[in-house]
Design a protein around this ligand. Structure first.
Ligand code: ATP
Ligand code: MG
Length: 556
């Protein structure tokens, strides 16, 4: 679809409306504000694609702002991983910023607010403050500290920050309205005491600003025109606007607008739960290929293009919804089909001997790298008397619907010859250990002979016994067996983990063209699916991950 023909999403409509009402286009500015308390996941990709997509569309800068106001959970490792993932997706941020850059400015503003009688230090314990909040239908109770003098609050705030009081001993609250129908306006907390070293400011601060007090002011300082966040912040919007009003000193007032969180079936997306999967060893790290993280998807073989296309397909919505993971897989297949070179791999090999093929002879057959890409060219594959095919591509006796190899019937070996099953060799237990066949020397693929054009029902992939290289193949299934693992009231999401989400196969044999692959290279293994070289792979021990199978089961 061309850019013009696509219908605008509702965020774009809001922006268009603002432009029409006089907002100059050069004032447009966006930000992506991750908290560095975990790795980015496919839900974040929705926000990344939205913000950076708007940046591209309107030629507007997009800041990367780390929302680092909770030192208890934040780490440099996460900052680095987040930057790596956004860059890998192909997006360029304008400025790299940190909410912690604004700690002093926020503090100064808080001091002003106390002086103006708009904030106070509350010495009540958190649970008392909570119960005083009231309910949406019942007004809250004012704190006995609400009307203390500014001088007293100022003194306490300063001492809070010097570390004179324990965590939880007191907080700074905005003085708004304990009877507001909006619970967020009932004297929200602006600062709490945290005796924790911050990954950037060290132990300079003993008090840390709350999200609401930080976010809008950061947006204002950076002159963000549209601050896009997920729906749960909609009720915070009046507070966001109230805070900006308190510190307003000219310039543009940022506009918070909300869109629905992206949820994906058969997984969990909260960072807390993903962290639990990592810390308790249910997966092998944040980049485990079963994780819905960007780094997991990368290791699984997803391309940035497929993730961006998935975002496009799943769209931006005003209402909560769950996107079918099959759509993500569809997007992967669609792109990999265009770019992944074709190679042959046999995952569960059984030996096939071509009795009438000369012993010791090796032929190099021409094989197309990618029929979807004319520029991809050809490779050469050795062919010889002894081959491997997939165990389940052969049946000693089979019904008419079995189009693979059986005794007395013909199939084509892809890019090679037509063969006919002749006999089998069995071990003492009666298991087939070798298949014998004959080939038609005139039936070589692409030779143009009448024999080569003969129609046979099945085409099998194969490798030679001598030239093929061994590999470890990791086959992944969904991490959870339930569509919505965290949607069960009295049961933990962990109860729905799929015990068979990883299967490691060490028998595989690959065509020799795969000998020198590098981690991250992606291929289509003929008839099997898309695979990527895992970072664990070495020259002596190749390791591949299956990204997705070939079949598209997603129904439009
Ligand atoms: P989590 O609940 O997973 O910890 P979060 O919202 O706390 O997520 P942040 O790092 O604060 O994570 O999010 C950064 C940005 O990404 C925010 O603007 C947030 O709204 C957005 N975001 C996070 N999760 C999703 C999601 N599932 N869908 C769309 N946007 C998301
Ligand atoms: Mg958050």
């Amino acid at each position: 679809m061309s850019e013009e023909k696509k219908s605008l999403n509702f965020i774009e409509q809001i922006i268009e409306e603002d432009l029409k009402n006089g907002l100059p286009q050069e004032k447009l500015r966006f930000r992506f504000p991750p908290e560095p308390n975990g790795y980015l996941h496919i839900g974040h990709a929705a926000s990344i694609c939205l913000n950076f997509g708007l940046g591209k569309k309107y030629n507007a800068p997009v800041n990367l702002r780390f929302d680092d106001t909770n030192p208890a959970k934040e780490e440099q490792e996460y900052v680095d991983a987040i930057k790596k993932d956004i860059a890998w997706l192909g997006f360029k941020w304008d400025k790299e910023l940190y909410a912690s850059n604004y700690f002093q400015q926020l503090y100064d503003w808080a001091v002003d607010m106390i002086k103006q009688g708009k904030a106070y230090v509350d010495e009540q314990p958190q649970d008392v403050i909570n119960t005083q909040k009231g309910t949406p239908t019942q007004a809250g109770i004012e704190s006995p500290y609400r009307n203390r003098s500014a001088a007293e609050s100022l003194d306490l705030l300063e001492r809070m920050n010097k570390g004179e009081f324990e965590e939880g001993a007191m907080v700074l609250r905005a003085k708004i309205d304990m009877a507001s129908p909006n619970m967020h306006m009932r004297d929200p907390i602006m600062y709490r005491i945290l005796h924790r070293a911050h990954h950037r400011t060290g132990d300079q601060w003993k008090i840390y600003p709350m999200y609401d007090w930080t976010h809008g002011q950061s947006d204002y300082l950076e002159q963000i025109s549209h601050s896009l966040c997920t729906l749960e912040f909609k009720p915070h919007r009046p507070l966001y606007e109230w805070y900006v009003e308190q510190v307003y000193n000219g310039g543009l007032k940022p506009k918070q607008r909300e869109f629905a969180r992206r949820n994906l079936s058969y997984t969990v997306m909260s960072k807390r739960k993903l962290l639990q999967l990592v810390e308790e060893g249910y997966v092998n790290g944040w980049d485990d290929p079963r994780m819905p993280t960007i780094s997991g998807l990368r290791r699984r073989g997803y391309t940035p293009e497929s993730i961006i296309n998935f975002s496009e397909l799943s769209g931006i919505s005003k209402r909560e919804n769950v996107t079918d993971v099959a759509l993500l897989e569809f997007a992967a297949r669609e792109h990999l089909n265009k770019i992944a070179p074709r190679r042959m791999a046999v995952l569960d090999p059984i030996k096939l001997v071509i009795d009438n093929y000369p012993e010791g002879k090796v032929e190099y057959l021409k094989a197309e790298n990618n029929p979807e890409d004319e520029t991809a060219g050809y490779r050469e594959m050795p062919f010889a008397r002894e081959l491997y095919i997939e165990r389940d591509d052969f049946k000693e006796s089979a019904n008419r619907k079995f189009f693979r190899l059986t005794l007395g019937k013909e199939v084509r070996l892809k890019n090679a010859y037509i063969i006919k099953g002749e006999s089998v060799v069995k071990d003492v237990d009666g298991n087939i250990i070798e298949i014998h066949a004959t080939y038609d020397p005139l039936s070589k693929s692409g030779s143009g002979t009448p024999e080569s054009k003969r129609k046979v029902k099945g085409t099998l992939h194969w490798v030679t016994a001598k030239h093929s290289v061994p590999a470890e193949i990791r086959i992944y299934d969904r991490l959870f067996i339930d569509e919505a693992p965290d949607g069960h009231k009295d049961r933990s999401f962990l109860e729905f983990l799929n015990p068979n989400s990883l299967q490691i196969d060490r028998k595989a044999r690959l065509e020799p063209n795969l000998q020198d692959v590098k981690p991250g290279e992606r291929f289509q293994f003929t008839r099997l699916g898309y695979f990527v070289v895992d970072p664990d792979s070495t020259k002596d021990q190749l390791v591949f991950n299956r990204t997705v199978t070939l079949r598209d089961t997603w129904k439009k």
